[in-house]
Design a protein around this ligand. Structure first.
Ligand SMILES: [Cu+2]
Length: 127
């Protein structure tokens, strides 16, 4: 008789233990925050200097973009900021200069050798 009671108690304790929620303290992992900002894509622009002109008079750029000027004329040219804060230097035929756009970049530029050659970069109207 004692053995049977003991056996019943043991089973009862085991049963309670089995029903106890073992993972009550664990919480589900936090949801990943959803990014509202799409990654900004930078662009590489090319402006040909040809026939004594910057072939793209007005170019829309974003911060981080690059602009490359390539001289297709036989005479040398430059792409020079209106305040001379950046300057390609002398570009002979076939030579290129690449500028990376920052928020400090002066956007109006011209050719040092041919002052009538002027053009402009524009920012902030898209994006
Ligand atoms: Cu020029």
């Amino acid at each position: 008789m004692r053995i049977i009671i003991y056996f019943a108690l043991t089973l009862g304790v085991t049963g309670v233990a089995a029903c106890a929620p073992g993972s009550a303290g664990a919480e589900p992992p936090p949801a990943q925050p959803v990014s509202q900002q799409a990654p900004v894509e930078v662009s590489a622009h090319i402006i040909e200097i040809h026939k004594m002109r910057f072939q793209t008079k007005l170019l829309n750029v974003k911060i981080g973009d690059t602009v490359t000027w390539t001289n297709k004329d036989i005479v040398p040219h430059t792409a020079t900021a209106s305040d001379k804060s950046w300057d390609s230097g002398r570009l002979n035929k076939g030579e290129s200069f690449t500028l990376t756009i920052t928020n400090q970049t002066k956007l109006n530029y011209f050719c040092l050798y041919h002052r009538q050659m002027q053009a402009k970069l524009v920012t902030g109207t898209t994006q």
